[in-house]
Write a protein that binds this ligand. Structure first.
Ligand code: GDP
Ligand code: IMO
Ligand code: MG
Length: 431
C-alpha cells in the first residue's frame, strides 16, 4: 500500500487528470491540496470527456473518496456548477466528495481584482486564468480571507464589509475600475452555505483514520513545478506552492505519509500565459517553427480552463532536473509521446548555457532564464503511429532511445508512458 503524490513538473497541463484517474482504482482516497478553478484536468473514457477544475480526478470511481484540502481555493459558483455537471451525468458527488472546512473561498471580488490588475499591467500581464486565484491567496496570507467554516461565524458580515471597503478602494482609486457588485457576493455566500457547507469536513482527521486503517492516498497536484510561487518562474507563476511538499501542508498530513512522488511531464513542453520558456518553438504571437506547430496541432494544445492556445517547445531537461530535485520525484510519467509521431527528428534540451558558460541548474532570475541558450541533442524521429499503444515492446526503437535519454538526463526512471488521452492508452513500466 503506497501513498503517492502525483504532480505536474513542467508549466501545467501535463496530463495529471488522465494519470490520476487511471491510478485512482489503486487508491482509496484522492485528495487535491492546492490551486482551484485555475486547474483544468481532463479525463477521457471512451467517447466521454470530463474536465475537472476543483474536484479531484478520482470522482468517476465509486469506491474512491475525494477530498478538497485546506490548501485549495474554492469558488462557490464554479464548484457548484462543476458538481451539478457531474450529478447530471449520474455521478453521486455528495457521496464521494468532502471539502475541508478550512479551505479559502474565492468571492466575486477576487475575480474583479484579478481582471483589473491584469488590465493595469498591460503587456506585462502574467496571463492569469482570471479566476481570482492570486487575490484569494493574498487575502489568506493577509489573514482577511473567508474560509468555508467562517460562513457560520457571528462576525462574517462585518468581515465581508471590511473586505469590500478595501477592495472597492483598490478597484476605484488605484486600478480605476468599477466597484464590486455586493449582491453577487451575497449570492456566493448563500450558495456556499446551501451547497458546500453540507460537504465540509475535518480533512486531516479523515486522512489520519484512513491511513491508519491501511487505506492508500493519491495526492493530486494542480499546475506544475515551474508555476510554483517559490520554485517557478517568478513572478510568472501561480500564487500557491505546487511542489510535492505542498501536499503535506495543503491537507494536514506528515512527511511519513508520502511514499512516492510521481512527476508527470509531456514528452515535449507547453506553457500558457506569459513568462520565460527557453525551448519554445511556437506561439500565437507569431513564433511558428514547424515542429512546434506539429506539437500544438497534434497535441490539440488549447487550455482546458480558458481555451487559450498553449505555447509549445522541445522537452526541457534542465526544467525536469530542477523538478526532480525540488519534489524528490521517484518516477516519471511521460505523457503525449504519440504527439511526436511523424517528426523527422526530435530534440532534447540537455543543459543551458549563459554567456558561454554551462549552468549547473536553472537560474532563479527570469531575465537570466530568458537569456539562456538551450544545448540540444538531436535524435532521429519515428514515422510509426504510437497512439494508443499499451506495451513497451510495441514502441519504435527511436522512441525508446528518446525515453532512455530522458531518463539519463533527468536522473529519474520512467514509471509510465501515456500514448493517448484515454484512460486505457497507457504503458506501465513499474508496478
Ligand atoms: P492536466 O491539467 O495536467 O490534467 O492536463 P490537461 O487536461 O489540461 O491537458 C492535457 C491534455 O492532453 C488533455 O486534453 C488530455 O486529454 C490530453 N492527453 C493526456 N495524455 C495524453 C496523451 O498521452 N496523448 C494525447 N494525445 N493526449 C493526451
Ligand atoms: P492545470 O492544473 C497551466 C498559469 C496561468 C498563468 C499563471 C498564473 O490544469 O495544470 P493563475 O490564474 O493561477 O493566477 O495564473 O499560471 N496556470 C496554469 N497553466 N495549467 C494550469 O493548471 C494552470 N493554472 C494556472 O496560465 O500563466
Ligand atoms: Mg490543465
Amino acid at each position: 500500500m503506497t501513498n503517492t503524490v502525483a504532480i505536474g513538473i513542467q508549466w501545467g497541463d501535463e496530463g495529471k487528470g488522465k494519470i490520476v484517474d487511471l491510478l485512482a482504482p489503486d487508491a482509496d482516497v484522492v485528495a487535491r491540496f492546492q490551486g482551484g478553478p485555475n486547474a483544468g484536468h481532463t479525463l477521457v473514457i471512451g467517447e466521454e470527456k470530463t474536465v475537472l477544475n476543483h474536484i479531484p480526478s478520482g470522482i468517476l470511481h465509486d469506491e474512491t473518496l475525494c477530498l478538497i484540502g485546506n490548501g485549495t481555493v474554492v469558488d462557490p459558483f464554479h464548484l457548484v456548477e462543476e458538481m451539478d455537471t457531474l450529478i447530471d451525468a449520474g455521478i453521486p458527488v455528495a457521496d464521494r466528495l468532502k471539502i475541508s472546512e478550512r479551505c479559502q473561498l474565492i468571492l466575486p471580488y477576487h475575480r474583479d481584482l484579478d481582471a483589473a490588475r491584469e488590465a493595469a499591467k498591460g503587456k506585462n500581464k502574467i496571463g492569469t486564468t482570471g479566476k481570482g486565484i492570486g487575490p484569494c491567496y493574498e487575502d489568506k496570507t493577509a489573514r482577511r480571507g473567508i474560509r468555508l467554516v467562517d460562513l457560520m461565524a457571528d462576525d462574517l458580515d462585518a468581515r465581508i464589509d471590511a473586505n469590500i471597503a478595501y477592495v472597492n478602494f483598490m478597484l476605484t482609486e488605484y486600478l480605476k475600475a468599477d466597484p464590486i457588485d455586493r449582491d453577487e457576493v451575497a449570492r456566493a455566500i448563500e450558495l456556499a452555505r446551501e451547497r458546500l457547507l453540507p460537504l465540509a469536513a475535518d480533512v486531516p482527521l479523515i486522512l489520519q483514520r484512513r491511513i491508519k486503517a491501511g487505506d492508500s492516498v493519491l495526492y493530486e497536484g494542480a499546475q506544475g513545478s515551474m508555476l510554483d510561487v517559490d520554485h517557478g518562474t517568478y513572478p510568472f507563476v501561480t500564487s500557491s506552492n505546487t511542489v510535492a511538499g505542498a501536499a503535506l501542508a495543503g491537507l494536514g498530513v506528515g512527511p511519513g505519509q508520502v511514499d512516492a512522488v510521481l512527476g508527470i511531464c509531456k514528452a515535449y513542453t507547453t506553457r500558457v500565459g506569459s513568462g520565460p520558456f527557453p525551448t519554445e518553438l511556437y506561439n500565437a504571437d507569431g513564433m511558428a517553427c514547424p515542429s512546434g506547430k506539429h506539437m500544438a496541432e497534434r497535441g490539440n494544445e488549447f487550455g482546458a480552463t480558458t481555451g487559450r492556445p498553449r505555447r509549445t517547445g522541445w522537452f526541457d531537461g534542465p526544467v525536469v532536473q530542477h523538478a526532480v530535485r525540488i519534489n524528490g520525484v521517484t518516477g516519471l510519467a511521460i505523457t503525449k509521446l504519440d504527439v511526436l509521431d511523424g517528426l523527422e527528428e526530435v530534440k532534447l534540451c540537455v543543459a543551458y548555457e549563459l554567456n558561454g558558460e554551462r549552468l549547473q541548474s536553472i537560474p532563479a532570475c527570469c531575465n537570466q532564464l530568458d537569456a539562456v541558450t538551450p544545448v540540444y541533442e538531436t535524435l532521429p524521429g519515428w514515422s510509426e503511429n504510437t497512439f494508443g499503444m499499451t506495451s513497451i515492446d510495441q514502441l519504435p526503437a527511436n522512441a525508446k532511445a528518446l525515453l532512455k535519454r530522458i531518463e539519463e538526463v533527468c536522473e529519474c526512471p520512467i514509471a509510465m508512458l501515456s500514448t493517448g488521452p484515454d484512460r486505457n492508452h497507457i504503458i506501465r513500466l513499474t508496478d
